[in-house]
Design a protein around this ligand. Sequence first.
Ligand SMILES: [Mg+2]
Length: 244
Amino acid sequence: MLVIFDLDDTLIDTSSTLIPHKIKACLDEINDSGLIHNDFQNEFSKNINVHNQELLDLCMNSSDGSTALNYYLAKLNLKNHLSNKGANYLLDKCKKIYYSSPPKNIKFKEIEGAKSLIESLKDNHDLVIVTKGNSETQLQKISHLKSNPGCFKKIIITNEYDKTDHYKKIMKEFNYKPGNILVCGDKFNTDLLPAKNLGMKTVHARFGRGKLIPKEFINSDYSVEKLSEIKDIVNNSQNLSKKG
Ligand SMILES: [Mg+2]
């Protein structure tokens, strides 16, 4: 069968590696901006570790970083400590920092079991990655997974949230029926729904922010808490085993 993997928070533990790093950079930006009145600035600097923990918890429990930053900066009430323009400027700056490429020396970790899952599937199945993001960064992450350069038959790095067109192209290129394709990802709307609409089988990987969503809200064929469970899904899916 053909197995299509998402990358971030499906094979690579992106959230827990990147989010703490991004949050520190955002708080440093606020702290060093020179825009905030002295009394607030001193208080902010003194409690920077508390702010760090609070924003980290918010980011890990929000649907995305932008939502968390909107909420957090509104809660700081920066508008009382500098002009409206200044508060919006800092919010925009923080969002830019949050969504910028990570430094080259950052060490990404696999989601537990990713390398061994790939190793166990690669000889009998076609493995593909479709991931959204910056090419250089995504390849940097993939380099932590590949023990053998031939593990993945194709790697697609896209700027689009909707993966439908890429799934269609892969299906055609590898000549599989949609029912013989399994798509694994942590985000239902962007990873799994396009696959479901094409008749492919779907596995919801309950990692990163994927674990925040209750199982009953995810309309996938399978839901896993460990990557090792995917091996059994593939091996037990007799209908999925025949190419064509
Ligand atoms: Mg993902």
